[in-house]
Design a protein around this ligand. Structure first.
Ligand code: GDP
Ligand code: ADP
Length: 219
């Protein structure tokens, strides 16, 4: 699915699909925003969803907010790379922007659940790097859901009762980060991305780079 772009050191490499998942409220949105702000060459995948817009969310930026009929039409037309039902709503990843970014040599960041992560892994195992974010405690998780102040008490109760089920998928992920505080968790997630960008197998330009180096040594 991916073609090569250039890494920051000029060596060609395949783009990667960087996935963050967590129970609701553990901090994926916060960490995703920081990654997009601070890491170059990384583009956010904007999901389509049938859930209602929260105060402060921007259509087309946080999500593409669509009705059920539109979502079903997108599924039928094969426009979604993966999709799943979470909390009674449908969420899916539009295929076009992801393929365009990867072809342009960019990495793509996904804030998706375990179901979507499994589907991406089935499609492109070698290109998927997945991180599961855990809260330090249940009390912190509940506090964060309340502090976000964007969901009703009933919605928060639902999300808390789903958290244990969501968390049961932690072992399917490549990395686990515990979000005690934002700065440390961000530094950890950033280190993972930086290291994964340097993986030999993704760096398709290394053979010619090393050949050129050897040529210089002989010449
Ligand atoms: N499979 C899949 N899951 C998604 C997608 N977009 C969002 N999600 C997940 O849906 C869940 C609910 O997201 P949201 O309603 O924004 O609530 P939040 O996690 O509390 O911010 C989260 O686990 C997201 O990671 C998507 O395109 N595909
Ligand atoms: N390490 C942290 N300490 C305290 N609050 C946090 C931390 N990380 C995130 N938050 C806050 O918790 C709430 C939920 O975080 P958010 O990133 O929206 O979670 P998610 O996207 O996983 O549902 C937000 O109000 C956010 O500012």
């Amino acid at each position: 699915m991916t073609t090569s772009g250039h890494g920051t050191d000029g060596v060609e490499r395949r783009g990667l699909m960087f996935v963050l998942s967590s129970p609701s409220g553990a901090g994926k949105t916060t960490l995703s925003r920081l990654l997009i702000e601070r890491m170059s060459g990384l583009k956010m995948s904007v999901s389509a969803t049938t859930r209602a817009m929260r105060p402060g969310e921007v259509n087309g930026k946080d999500y593409s907010f669509v009705d059920k009929a539109t979502f079903e039409a997108m599924v039928k037309a094969g426009e979604l790379l993966e999709w799943a039902t979470v909390f009674d709503n449908s969420y899916g990843t539009p295929r076009g922007p992801v393929e365009a970014a990867l072809s342009a040599g960019q990495d793509v960041l996904f804030d998706i659940d375990w179901q979507g992560t499994q589907q991406l892994r089935e499609k492109a195992r070698a290109d998927v790097v997945s991180v599961f974010i855990l809260p330090p405690s249940a009390a912190d998780l509940e506090k964060r859901l309340h502090s976000r102040a964007q969901d009703s008490d009933e919605v928060i109760r639902k999300r808390m009762s789903r958290a244990s089920h969501e968390m049961s998928h932690w072992a399917e992920y490549d990395y686990i980060v515990i979000n005690h505080n934002v700065d440390d968790a961000f530094a950890e997630v950033q280190s993972i991305l930086k290291a994964e960008r340097l993986k030999r197998e993704r760096r398709t330009g290394l053979v010619s780079f090393v050949r050129a180096l050897q040529g210089q040594l002989q010449g």
